[in-house]
Design a protein around this ligand. Structure first.
Ligand code: MV4
Length: 460
């Protein structure tokens, strides 16, 4: 097992990893930026090393600074968390080349899955259903018109280097396709330096259901069931739950087996997630694979009673998975709400600032993953996630009730948050009925803001 791990991240995920390491008897080295001198992860780790300025490029994206810190502190492994360098094949390569273990899959697998067109091809090879689309890259507007004609409109124009919704444009008809193609290509070139584009048929109001899996370095793979992440706003997930209220036993079985087959085909190692879109007929289609631990991993931990960070670290240390698929039982229902420092009434604009006071909920079945505290100043350089509230109940209604309680108990002063907005979501009949697709928030968000506007008027 590793003796000392460097955590190449910040915020709640860095804290989450430090907690797992402590329980495993592994020492931790935090890296932090000058904007994070008071950050909790830097205080909690056994050692903390300042690696540069507040802007991510100067610190958490600075591979050389991070690996220098790993070297002087004599770490044997590097945990990338999520975001920042977590899905950089180059960083994984550099880490390994420096003699540290990168806690994640091989650089080749990261690179393969990072190319969304290549990943789709791998899914096809594994016999996993993919959304009908172009065979490989589409080079010109003319070729796009040809492919779209064959597929039928509407279509989705996607950047091969994209993911998470970036470099993506829908086209309803022939007339809008060329503009969509050009826009996606320009965005892809600017954002990724890679203008390769492919086409898919556009799925209308699907659900986003993903499978959490873990693979050891001895060829064994298990999955931890699905998470439903359909409740999102502009590609930002707001709430995730497990199991999916839309999945029946048959769908669960199919997507689990498909995710494991794909992971097996590409030689996946470590924890990872296979994302699917599921249509109204409960047909599932491969969307992409995330080669990292994800923000929403706790809901799977709660329903399966496992510690995915511990499993991730053990796999990286060449330990065999201590469990088989039969050992993994889904118990009850878990929900996660992402609490952000943002103002729902100002287009959810992030609002950094001083948290003068915070009180977190507790009690049975309530978990809080956070790195904030009373007196903490949220820096403007990073994302606005300040806490994840995770509840685990005996069934979905029980979990919803618990989440309402947790949100009501939660108090944050000094900055605006989305807590009241999330409470409004949890009171919606559509939510209670599990009637949520990826377009639900776009259709209902404005209406949910109305009571918040009234409340603000009453406050002043
Ligand atoms: C799609 C789609 C509909 N049809 N592909 C968004 C994130 C990126 N990974 C792929 N995404 C989508 N791909 C086809 N052919 C709709 C989305 C999509 C989406 C997917 C999951 C969760 C939220 C989303 C929000 C907007 C669009």
């Amino acid at each position: 097992m590793f003796q000392r791990i460097l955590i190449a991240n910040r915020g709640e995920i860095a804290v989450r990893i430090i907690r797992a390491c402590y329980e495993m008897g592994i020492e931790t080295v935090a890296v932090y930026s000058t904007a994070d001198e008071k950050a909790l992860h830097a205080q909690m780790a056994d050692t903390a090393i300042c690696i540069g300025g507040g802007p991510p490029k100067e610190s958490y994206l600075n591979a050389q600074a991070i690996l220098t810190a790993a070297s002087i502190s004599q770490c044997d492994a590097v945990h990338p968390g999520f975001g920042f360098l977590a899905e950089s094949a180059e960083f994984a390569e550099m880490t390994n080349a420096c003699g540290f273990t990168f806690i994640g899959p091989s650089p080749d697998v990261i690179r393969l899955m990072g190319d969304k067109a290549a990943a789709r091809q791998q899914a096809k090879l594994a016999g996993v259903p993919v959304i009908p689309g172009s065979e490989g890259i589409v080079g010109s507007p003319g070729e796009a018109q040809q492919q779209a004609e064959r597929l039928g409109f509407p279509v989705m124009v996607k950047a091969a280097a994209g993911g998470g919704g970036r470099g993506m444009r829908a086209a309803a008809d022939k007339d809008s396709l060329t503009a969509a193609f050009q826009a996606a290509r320009a965005e892809a070139k600017a954002a990724f330096g890679d203008e390769r584009i492919y086409l898919e048929k556009l799925l209308l109001d699907p659900r986003h259901i993903e499978i959490q899996l873990a693979a050891d370095r001895h060829g064994k793979i298990v999955h931890f069931g699905e998470r439903d992440c359909s409740l999102q706003r502009r590609n930002q997930k707001l709430l995730e739950e497990a199991p999916s209220p839309f999945a029946d036993a048959a769908l669960r079985e199919r997507i689990g087996a498909d995710a494991v087959r794909l992971a097996n085909l590409v030689g996946y190692e470590g924890v990872g997630t296979v994302e699917f879109l599921v249509d109204r007929e409960r047909r599932h289609f491969f969307m992409e694979m995330n080669t990292r631990i994800q923000v929403e991993h706790p809901v799977s931990e709660e329903t399966t009673g496992t510690d995915l960070i511990r499993i991730q670290i053990a796999c990286a240390a060449n330990q065999p998975l201590g469990l088989t698929q039969n050992d993994i039982e889904i118990r009850g229902h878990a929900i996660e709400c992402r609490i952000n420092a943002e103002d729902p009434l100002k287009q959810f604009r992030p609002g950094p600032g001083l948290i003068s006071f915070v009180h977190f909920p507790g009690g049975p079945g309530v978990r809080v993953d956070s790195a904030i505290f009373s007196g903490y100043r949220i820096p403007s350089e990073y994302d606005s996630l300040i806490a994840k509230l995770i509840v685990h109940g005996k069934d979905r209604p029980d979990a919803i009730r618990k989440m309402r309680r947790a949100l009501m108990e939660c108090h944050v002063s000094g900055v605006k948050t989305n807590i009241d907005f999330m409470l409004a979501v949890l009171r919606e009949p559509d939510f209670a009925d599990g009637n949520i697709d990826i377009g639900w928030m776009a259709r209902n968000g404005e209406r949910l803001l109305l009571p918040l506007i009234e409340e603000e008027k009453a406050d002043v």
